[in-house]
Design a protein around this ligand. Structure first.
Ligand code: M6R
Length: 369
C-alpha cells in the first residue's frame, strides 16, 4: 500500500502534483473564472464580510499564515490568523460579518473544533477547509471547501499542506472575484498560473537528489535555522516544524528581518541556515533585503542553504548550497518552496534512524485539547 516507497511520507510527497491538480479540478471554468458554488455561502453574503479570522494548528496554521498574505492582498479585507488553541481564551472580537476559516486535514483536531464552536456561538460564519469528508469540523461548519489530497497516512503533513494552500488561494481569489478589487487583472493571471502549478511541483520533485545528499551530510548536526520573508516566513516555520517532528533536531524558523533583533546571536561557525529567497522579479525590495541577510549570516560563519528561483543569480555567490525552484508569482511560491524542505526533513530523519511515518510522541490527529 506504500506503492513501492519505503514510507508513506515519501509516497505522499510524490503525490503532491496530483493532489494539487485534483484540488483545482472543476473549480476553474473555461473562461478562467472560479466556480465555487459548492461553498454554500452566497456572493451577497461574501460581499458583507468585513473581517476574516483563520484558525488552525501546526502545519495547517502555517497554511493560514500564507492565506493571510493572499487574502489581504487580493481582497483588502483585514485578516487575522490565530492558533486555534489560543483563540477562544482571549475573548476575540467576532460578529456576523466576520468570516472564520478553520483549516484542518483530519477535520477532528479538538483545538480547531473548539475554536469554530466559539466563533459560531458569537454569530460568525465558519468556512472549513478540510481533507476528510464528513469529519466533525466540516459537519459543524456553515460551509466547506474540501481539499482533494486523498488520505494522508504519515503523521507529518505534506500533500495536505499543499492542497490547503491551494484551497486558501481559491478562497482569496474567489472573494476578490465576487467583491471586485483593483487586482482584477492580476487575479486572472494568478488563476491561470495556479492552474499550471502542479507541473512546477513535479519539476521540483525531479531535482531532489542533491537535497537528499545535503540532508545526509548534516545528520550529526544539533541545530538548523530557517529564514524567510513575506510568504517565505511561514515556509521557514514549516521547514523547521518538519525537522523537529521527524529528525528530533532543534530547528527554528525566523522572519529574516527579526535576525538583527536577537536571533543573529545564535549564528556560529558551520551552523546550517536555510534561507527561502523571494522571487527577484515581483518585489525587488524584499529580494534585496534577503540578499543582505544571507551576507550577514555568512560573514558570521553560517553554512548557507538557499532556496532560490531558477535564474536568480544574485544569491548564488553567497550560497554554500543552492536549491533551485521554478519561478512562480510571489504569493504562490510556498507551493514549490516547501517541497525541498519536506524532502530534507524526511531524509535527515532516515539518516538519523528515526521512524519517519510515526514520529515519537505524536498522533496523526490530535483529538484532545
Ligand atoms: O488534522 P489537522 O490539519 O487539524 O492537524 C493539525 C496539526 O496537528 C498537524 O498539521 C501537525 O502539525 C502535523 N503533524 C505537522 O506535520
Amino acid at each position: 500500500e506504500k506503492g513501492g516507497y519505503d514510507y508513506f511520507m515519501l509516497k505522499e510527497i510524490a503525490e503532491q502534483p496530483k493532489a494539487v491538480a485534483d484540488t483545482l479540478l472543476g473549480r476553474i471554468d473555461a473562461s478562467g473564472s472560479l466556480r465555487l458554488d459548492e461553498l454554500r455561502i452566497s456572493a451577497a453574503e461574501l460581499r458583507e464580510v468585513d473581517k476574516i479570522v483563520v484558525v488552525a494548528c501546526g502545519t495547517a496554521f502555517h497554511a493560514g499564515m500564507i492565506a493571510k498574505y493572499a487574502i489581504e492582498h487580493w481582497t483588502r479585507i483585514p485578516c487575522e490568523v490565530e492558533l486555534a488553541s489560543e483563540f477562544r481564551y482571549r475573548d476575540p472580537i467576532l460578529d456576523p460579518r466576520t468570516l472564520v476559516i478553520a483549516i484542518s486535514q483530519s477535520g477532528e483536531t479538538m483545538d480547531t473544533l473548539m475554536a469554530l464552536r466559539h466563533a459560531r456561538e458569537q454569530g460568525s460564519k465558519v468556512l472549513a477547509i478540510c481533507n476528510t469528508n464528513g469529519s466533525t469540523i466540516p459537519r459543524e461548519s456553515d460551509a466547506v471547501l474540501y481539499t482533494h489530497a486523498g488520505p494522508e497516512v504519515a503523521v507529518a503533513s505534506t500533500k495536505a499542506f499543499l492542497t490547503q494552500l491551494v484551497a486558501c488561494y481559491l478562497v482569496a481569489l474567489y472573494l476578490g472575484q465576487v467583491r471586485g478589487t483593483k487586482w482584477g487583472d492580476e487575479i486572472h493571471v494568478v488563476i491561470r498560473d495556479l492552474s499550471q502549478i502542479s507541473r512546477a511541483v513535479e519539476r521540483v520533485l525531479e531535482t531532489m537528489e542533491p537535497v537528499r545528499k545535503l540532508a545526509r551530510s548534516l545528520a550529526d548536526k544539533n541545530t538548523v535555522l530557517f529564514l524567510g520573508r513575506h510568504v517565505g516566513y511561514p515556509v521557514a516555520l514549516e521547514g523547521a516544524l518538519k525537522l523537529k517532528e521527524l529528525a528530533y533536531m532543534h530547528a527554528e524558523g525566523f522572519a529574516a528581518g527579526e535576525l538583527k533583533h536577537g536571533p543573529i546571536a545564535l549564528i556560529e561557525e558551520d551552523l546550517p541556515v536555510v534561507v527561502v529567497a523571494p522571487s527577484p522579479r515581483a518585489r525587488s525590495v524584499l529580494h534585496d533585503k534577503i540578499v543582505s541577510n544571507i551576507q550577514e549570516i555568512r560573514a558570521r560563519g553560517a553554512r548557507t542553504i538557499v532556496i532560490a528561483e531558477e535564474g536568480d543569480e544574485t544569491v548564488a555567490p553567497y550560497a554554500d548550497h543552492l536549491i533551485r525552484i521554478p519561478a512562480t508569482p510571489t504569493l504562490l511560491q510556498p507551493l514549490v518552496a516547501t517541497v525541498p524542505l519536506q524532502v530534507f526533513a524526511c531524509e535527515l530523519a532516515t539518516a538519523r534512524g528515526n521512524e519517519v511515518d510515526q514520529p515519537r510522541n505524536l498522533a496523526k490527529s490530535v483529538t484532545v485539547e
